[in-house]
Design a binder for this molecule. Structure first.
Ligand SMILES: [Fe+2]
Ligand SMILES: [Fe+2]
Length: 362
């Protein structure tokens, strides 16, 4: 005769065999009191990433099949799920560093994932998006909205490196991926150079045709203009949590330029130290210029130019610049998704700034 506990254990086993589950002992894991993302706070040093990206340049070419030469960031929190962690840096966002060498081309394709790019170094390469050739220079921000043909070409003389960020993990979890290859290796250029940039030379002014519809009215946000905007902004008061910061938006709708992917550039003058807060959305940071540190849930992550780090959902974080020059942090986030789903929430850290309990050592 089985006692009550043995009977319950046998019952659980039978449920499992029939692919059924008991909510009463799963609810604490399924419905946590606060977000418990699989993503962990982590930082990748540029010297490591750069070394492996450049080595990939000797090992593989961006041909059909592999499509792109990218080394992507794998958040340690997802590594146990699949051999390459299904490309998740946060629960919704992917990011990687792409290398295109002089004379190379990467084939044209389209997919239902949204993509944004932030240019790190090099010159002479361009992304072709739906017939527009978009020249890429360090500090530029580019968008490739879902469903548009895009490929990369390089006619310069030095390696071109940029950061890609896509909503791959989100679509992966939703089970809704589509991917299509263009019939030829590259698509033809059908629009004048700097087409969308010429159409949007001044903020607050919209070409009349875009009143009806425009999915990607501005393909590139040039660094010089972003920098000028930040210089003007930094004569005024900073945002308490992000210093002097601007978002890349669709000039027609005011929504995130990257559709599901929010993106911004923030400037932290030397010695500037923000207050701490946390929010439901997650963020990937790439240090474009300068050095400093970010405290994430009490752990200090020191960073310098080229480093990439991640602030998971609902993690306390604050930023500080050190050294003698302005720090510029580029970042992408999933705030547009959280807002569209009515999930976004934000809290200031009660004491203003956190007490540092440890140093991130990797
Ligand atoms: Fe792509
Ligand atoms: Fe934040």
């Amino acid at each position: 005769m089985l006692d009550a506990n043995e009977r319950l254990q046998a019952y659980y086993q039978e449920l499992r065999q029939h692919h059924l589950g008991p909510l009463w002992n799963s609810i604490g894991r399924l419905m946590t009191e606060e977000p418990t993302p699989r993503a962990q706070a982590y930082l990748w040093r540029w010297q490591d990433v750069y070394r492996y990206v450049m080595e990939s340049g000797d090992l593989v070419t961006p041909d059909r099949g592999g499509e792109r030469r990218v080394v992507f960031f794998m958040n340690p929190g997802f590594e146990s799920l699949e051999p390459w962690g299904w490309g998740a840096l946060t629960n919704t966002l992917y990011a990687g560093i792409q290398l295109l060498k002089p004379g190379e081309k990467a084939p044209s394709h389209r997919h239902n994932q949204n993509a944004i790019r932030f240019i790190i170094q090099g010159s002479g390469a361009a992304t072709i998006v739906e017939g527009e050739r978009v020249v890429m220079e360090p500090g530029d921000f580019l968008i490739t909205p879902a469903g548009l043909w895009h490929d990369h070409v390089h006619s310069g003389s030095e390696p071109m490196l940029w950061l890609d960020s896509l909503d791959v993990p989100m679509l992966y979890q939703l089970g809704v991926m589509f991917f299509e290859r263009y019939p030829q290796f590259n698509q033809p250029v059908t629009k004048p150079d700097s087409y969308t940039t010429k159409r949007y030379t001044a903020s607050g002014l919209r070409p009349l045709q875009d009143r009806r519809s425009s999915y990607a009215p501005q393909a590139v946000f040039k660094w010089q203009r972003t920098r000028n905007a930040l210089d003007q902004l930094s004569l005024l008061e900073p945002d308490p949590y992000d210093g002097f910061a601007v978002e890349y938006i669709n000039p027609v709708t005011g929504a995130a330029a990257g559709i599901t992917i929010g993106a911004m550039m923030q400037k932290l003058p030397p010695g500037h130290h923000t207050l701490a807060h946390r929010h439901v959305h997650s963020t990937i940071y790439h240090v474009f210029r300068g050095q400093g540190n970010s405290v994430i849930n009490g752990i200090r992550f020191s960073w310098r130019q080229g480093d990439t780090f991640v602030v998971p959902n609902w993690a306390w974080h604050e930023h500080a610049a050190s050294g003698g020059e302005d720090a510029y942090l580029f970042s992408t986030n999933d705030q547009p998704v959280m807002e569209k789903l009515g999930l976004e929430r934000e809290e200031p850290y009660p004491a203003g700034q956190q007490t540092v309990e440890g140093e991130f050592s990797g």
